[in-house]
Design a protein around this ligand. Structure first.
Ligand SMILES: NC(=O)c1ccc[n+]([C@@H]2O[C@H](COP(=O)([O-])OP(=O)(O)OC[C@H]3O[C@@H](n4cnc5c(N)ncnc54)[C@H](OP(=O)(O)O)[C@@H]3O)[C@@H](O)[C@H]2O)c1
Length: 254
């Protein structure tokens, strides 16, 4: 059975705690949190510590703290030559102090504390300095999901940017759609089947093949009418930039 210690108490830490607590192949030995009381709804008090001096022995230490705190937190660990990983899509493996054997255990999903997730559907990207540690991380990943990928640091950085485009930017575009609906007294619900169908299409088509709309059709009059109707300069800029990007992608690739 793999023995795990989690460091952190935020979104990712809490989802890992929930998942490992009911995982027959993993023993969640302890969690370190700066504010231990914030985890009492998930764990008994004797499994939580707020002191680096009290962290117990384990096979894997998972640092699930803000990207910028990974270095500082890893440097505070009072042991060496153990397997210590972070969960970040963008932080380098080297963000972890080299007093320990370093690795990455990055779950590629958006996590919020109060929104349940199904780990079996989440890809986990792993990286390590040593083959033996990679296989330990693989085993840990497979206790959660079938989708475990060896991804090196350069690939992970690119993947994280790709994830920002398909997740964060897309969501921001939903937000613009939401505002336009609100301004015009239209319920946002009317757009939800379109949003879901657009996401579903990429299960069977490439994104390039799935593209529709005035930009790819080069409907210049429609594009101009849309730009005339938009009052917000920021929305006009985004519309123009994305229209040009779609047209360029299709000129080059079709
Ligand atoms: N959320 C996601 O969707 C997601 C997805 C994949 C990967 N990740 C990665 O997972 C990691 C954690 O993200 P998150 O969303 O769980 O973050 P979060 O909810 O903002 O939680 C951050 C955690 O870091 C702790 N922390 C911050 N500075 C610290 C310090 N100096 N010393 C000790 N602890 C410190 C916080 O402790 P306090 O509560 O005491 O402030 C908190 O427990 C990040 O590397 C992130 O890139 C996040």
């Amino acid at each position: 059975m793999l023995q795990v210690v989690i460091i952190g108490s935020g979104n990712v830490a809490q989802h890992l705690i929930r998942s490992f607590s009911t995982n027959a192949e993993v023993q969640l030995k302890q969690v370190f949190a700066r504010q231990p009381e914030g985890l009492l709804h998930l764990l008994p008090a004797d499994k939580i510590t707020g002191s680096y001096n009290e962290i117990v022995d384990a096979d894997i230490y998972i640092i699930a703290v803000s990207d910028d705190a990974i270095s500082e937190v890893s440097a505070q660990l009072k042991f060496d030559n153990r397997l210590v990983v972070h969960t970040s899509g963008s932080a380098a493996l080297e963000a972890i102090s080299n007093q320990n054997r370093r690795g990455v255990f990055y779950p590629l999903q958006t996590f919020s504390k109060n929104k349940a997730v199904d780990f079996t559907a989440i890809p986990i990207c792993i990286e390590s300095e040593f083959d033996e540690d990679l296989s330990t991380l693989k085993n840990l990943g497979y206790t959660l999901t079938k989708n475990v990928y060896d991804i090196n640091s350069a690939q992970r950085r690119a993947l994280h940017i790709a994830a920002v485009f398909v997740n964060n930017f897309t969501n921001h575009l939903y937000s613009i759609g939401y505002d336009l609906c609100k301004e015009n007294e239209i319920p946002f619900d009317i757009l939800k089947p379109l949003i879901l169908e657009t996401a579903d299409k990429i299960n069977t088509l490439t994104p390039l093949e799935a593209q529709t709309g005035p930009a790819v059709r080069n409907d210049i009059n429609t594009i101009q009418r849309h730009l005339d109707k938009l009052n917000d300069e920021n929305q006009k800029d985004i519309y123009t930039l994305l229209t040009k990007s779609i047209q360029k992608a299709h000129e080059q690739k079709l």
